[in-house]
Design a protein around this ligand. Structure first.
Ligand SMILES: Nc1ncnc2c1ncn2[C@@H]1O[C@H](COP(=O)(O)OP(=O)(O)OP(=O)(O)O)[C@@H](O)[C@H]1O
Ligand SMILES: [Mg+2]
Length: 487
């Protein structure tokens, strides 16, 4: 007696079709799972056995072999529980195999037979759609993700419910009644809170318009972290395609806030400086997406940039350039998208006194050199905009609130539209200015490219059809200042 259920395993973000074959033979009762199953998969034995008993179905008193094919693909996690249970039930004729054949399945089983959601339901459902399965048996909490992939979810709460549904005793269960999930999380903090700092606010707006990387440098307590955290609030909402991309990543990482399985606004990630290189760029078994991938289409804030270990910062260089992280593993390569905007904040020296007219820097030249050593020229070169954030004056701090994020976002959206439909080109004069700057400043080829992109964003924000010399001049003013000169 042999029966099959179909599910999908994830390699990185990629779904791969997996056939779960259950073979029941005469002989001493036993239960084995073969086919490169990891520990969580092996533990499925206990959950499936208890789940089937709790669903008031019969545990076949046979020699049961479950094969997860293809055997060469590593299977991880607990999402195979439900398909394994269904293959066994079909092989023992407790559910009709021909009814099961029209469904893919995904879900973890609790010992009492309840079906639990697992990470990555959206990517698995996309795999099911590609393999030609119109329906996916899944936990009720995964139903929204599955529907997002264009597959009809059959949301089930308990294994007994699946059995009854497949036997045709009950109609397909309805998705949870609380309807579409509340898409908007709590709003990001508002720019109105930031007083003064006009130049840094302008840099933030330019960064949002052109998706530029931004470095905020200055003495302590001047509002650098505050400004960095406010970038997501002035970014346009994600497009439909981006919603799918970002939701897929966060689903695979198992990072949904409860009741919010769809991400519609640009993500914001701010790892602590003690984070390891694999946690930032991705890796480990699986492999798992890192912070750069979780920040895809959004913002990665590295607060106190020089505190991050240099290997972590250097590991960022490649994804910053390519927008993708490639992780090689035995048996294949995983590609993780990583098109994020990097925002860094830093003091100008270890004691924090530099750049503050009211304080004196007490750092020794050696300490200063070691501090600067942390940031390679190559990394600094990848920041399109570098601003020093001076201490706001007391009149500014006591003055009126700054412009609110909504107003800034409206300008950013208009500029993005212009950049997408008719990107402004440089005039002859603007070209000349840029050429002179390349000769006079230490401006690398990448630096030149970045200046010209920032100039284009400045023109778009001004609603200009051409990039004028003033836009190039503004962009040049955001190249790294002498205080940050790396030896
Ligand atoms: N421009 C500003 N407008 C209003 N409040 C500000 C401003 N700058 C700083 N503050 C206040 O100071 C606090 C600290 O600011 P923030 O954490 O952004 O400083 P920082 O520049 O990141 O300092 P550090 O270098 O020590 O990390 C904020 O929570 C806010 O209350
Ligand atoms: Mg700070």
């Amino acid at each position: 007696m042999l029966a099959r259920a179909v599910t999908h395993a994830l390699v990185g973000l990629d779904p791969r079709r997996v056939e779960v074959e259950a073979h029941l033979q005469r002989g001493v009762p036993a239960f084995a799972i073969v086919g490169l199953a990891d520990r969580a998969c092996q533990e499925a034995k206990e959950r499936v056995r208890s789940g089937i008993s709790s669903a008031e179905a019969e545990w076949p008193s046979r020699r049961i072999t479950v094969n997860l094919a293809p055997a060469g693909l590593k299977k991880e996690g607990s999402g195979f529980d439900l398909p394994i249970a269904l293959a066994i039930l079909a092989a023992s004729h407790q559910v009709p195999p021909e009814r099961l054949a029209g469904h893919a399945a995904l879900g973890e089983l609790a010992l009492d037979g309840r079906v639990r959601p697992v990470a990555g339901a959206l990517a698995v459902a996309e795999g099911a759609r590609r393999s030609g399965y119109p329906r996916l048996l899944c936990a009720a909490d995964s139903a929204h993700e599955v529907a997002l992939a264009g597959v009809e979810p059959v949301p089930v709460r308990h294994l007994a419910e699946v059995v009854a549904y497949l036997r045709g005793e009950i109609p397909a269960p309805e998705p949870p009644a609380n309807g579409a999930p509340a898409a908007s999380a709590q709003r990001p903090p508002d720019l109105a809170d930031v007083r003064g700092n006009e130049r840094a606010r302008r840099a933030l707006e330019l960064a949002a318009a052109g998706r530029h990387n931004l470095l905020l440098a200055g003495p302590p307590g001047t509002g650098k972290t505050m400004l960095g955290r406010r970038l997501p609030g002035i970014l346009p909402p994600l497009t439909d395609e981006e919603v799918l991309e970002v939701t897929r990543i966060h689903s695979v990482a198992g990072l949904f806030p409860p009741g919010r399985p769809v991400i519609t606004s640009p993500p914001f990630r701010s790892p602590h400086h003690s984070a390891s290189a694999p946690s930032v760029v991705g890796g480990g078994p699986g492999p798992r997406p890192g912070e750069v991938t979780l920040a895809h289409r959004g913002v990665l804030l590295l607060d106190e940039l020089p505190e991050f270990p240099r290997p972590v910062l250097e590991a960022l260089r490649q994804p910053l350039e390519d927008g993708v992280v490639s992780i090689a593993r035995v048996g294949g390569r995983s590609l993780f998208p990583a098109r994020f905007q990097l925002v860094g904040t830093m003091n100008l020296c270890p004691c924090g006194g530099r750049g503050d007219p009211g304080a004196e820097c007490s750092c020794s030249p050696q300490r200063l050199a070691a501090f600067r050593d942390k940031l390679s020229r190559a990394l600094l070169d990848r920041f399109d905009l570098v601003v020093t954030v001076p201490r706001p004056r007391s009149a500014e701090l006591g003055g009126a609130a700054g412009e609110a994020s909504d107003a800034v976002r409206a300008r950013v959206v208009a500029a993005r539209d212009l950049l997408a439909s008719a990107p402004p080109e440089r005039t002859r004069e603007a070209d000349d200015l840029l050429a002179r700057a390349v000769d006079r400043l230490p401006l690398s080829a990448r630096g030149r490219e970045r200046v010209s992109r920032v100039a284009r964003s400045a023109a778009a924000l001004a609603g200009c059809e051409r990039v004028l010399p003033e836009h190039v001049a503004e962009a040049l003013a955001y190249r790294h200042p002498r205080e940050l000169a790396v030896a």
